[in-house]
Ligand binder design. Sequence first.
Ligand SMILES: Nc1ncnc2c1ncn2[C@@H]1O[C@H](COP(=O)(O)OP(=O)(O)OP(=O)(O)O)[C@@H](O)[C@H]1O
Ligand SMILES: [Mg+2]
Length: 572
Amino acid sequence: MAVSLLLRRRVSSAGVSRALRGLVGGMEPLCLHLELKIGALVSFSDKTRQYSSFSGTTSFDFLDLTSPHTWYPKARSKPRKVILHMGPTNSGKTHNALKRLESSPSGIYCGPLRLLAWEVAKRLNKAKVPCDLLTGQEREEVDGAKHMAVTVEMADVTSNYHCAVIDEIQMLGCRNRGFSFTRALLGISADELHLCGDAAAVPLIQKMLKVTSDQVEVHFYDRLSPLVPMKVPLGSFSNIRTGDCIVTFSRREIYRLKKQIESDGKHLCSVVYGSLPPETRTRQATMFNDASSELDVLVASDAIGMGLNLNISRIIFSTMTKFDGIENRELSVPEIKQIAGRAGRYGSRFPVGEVTCLDAADLPLLHSSLKSPSPTLERAGLFPTFDLMYMYSRSQPNRGLYQILEHFVENATLSDNYFIADCEEVMKVAALIDELPLGLHDKYLFCISPVDLSDDISSQGLTQFAQNYAKRGIVPLREIFTPGTLQIPKTPGALKELESIHKVLDLYVWLSFRLEESFPDRELASSQKSICHLLIEEFLERFGLQKHRPKAKRLASNTTLTSLLSQKNRPY
Ligand SMILES: Nc1ncnc2c1ncn2[C@@H]1O[C@H](COP(=O)(O)OP(=O)(O)OP(=O)(O)O)[C@@H](O)[C@H]1O
Ligand SMILES: [Mg+2]
């Protein structure tokens, strides 16, 4: 494919091709309200990890993270009513919390995924409750909005709300992103704070909130529709039927299974997996959900575990192992329950969900996992904010960001309820850019950007953006990307390349929201992202055996694609 990403230098750091095991990218520099004045700092002592001020009266241990609830004075200024909605998938937790949000004069919804934030903003606006959308890469303001739907990293801990919702709160325990949930839980200032998620998080949340003056109330939910584990495996693909979702964990397997299922001419498959652009995932899900579309089977990865509203009749695990970036391991109990629970959505045309495996040998693990409670969460994530890193860096004048981070993480003290977030990926980026003549804040920003280090093109994109920014202070998109050259991929390999280009453009948009003057081509990047999405859709439409069948009910997007592609000669 004639891809014109002019990536000049390859990223050579060892390990950069290892999988990105978390959305480091969504992280925002946090606003830590330390009760001290930066201007007063005069000297540091590495040994005592303290500074002394002009007056000599103030001291603060930057490595002491034992009381993170004190970082948020606004949330601590009055007690909050914290309502926990706890239960399995499909039990109405989010629905009930959103009802409360909708009826409140102001509020914020914080979700783990852009797809969830989109869905909530759409739902509230449809219900005539004006709602802004705010994610790392999107800002959509609605006139008169007093509500907003955000990805959790974007949660505002400096405003007051009547009502706030944090969805999938069990992600507190996620080793990469857990700290953002901790921040939202401790930091959002709201009269009512609704937390939705797995009951495994209840004891930890109760412990974390013991030190605040919040009043905690726990509601347990049951599934709204039955979920039936089947005694027999699928056995053969000839047993696939409308409404089935077959789950596997590699991109290659997804396309192999799609081809295989479509080969008998009875079904057409939508696909959903993590590296597809979010708008493509939504589009594929919509076509699968639409009973009048010919796409009646879904082949998906665990990307369906959260976020998409799917009308699945039966989940079929094609495997019970997954490569997690380090090793091929068995799926955990929470993973199996979360994925299986997607079958039989309440109110859909498949009100009873079924779950099985492709092979009989996998059934015992499936059955035992569905019966087991998820292990109780022990600790929640924490991560040094930029403010804290900055203060701390002043005691380490000759160290680069990588060393500062390393030293900080090794020496920070935490209470039993917390662990320090895994910042392996952040540190890999720090190692890549530490030599560039950039300030600490700029380096930190590149480190927390949504780069996918497991993807060479995405990594190279980041390195080039950082290098060009350091050299000239301004990064026109055209320096690394020539608009008008994107094409419909013809092979899965070319598709992967296009997905990677979408990631680079997404990264540009993310940077443009934070370094607005230096990344001036947000509109161009966004329009090229839309083209990527439509070209990928076009590929999916043509892939496999679909071309031998009458055309599946299609997007009303062809005109959009044509009009977008015709922009190639426009002087952007
Ligand atoms: N009281 C209700 N009336 C009508 N529809 C409902 C009600 N409660 C839940 N639903 C619908 O049932 C489905 C599942 O509800 P919801 O998404 O709130 O479940 P959940 O427990 O948050 O599940 P998940 O783990 O998937 O997030 C949704 O489509 C929701 O709109
Ligand atoms: Mg939910």
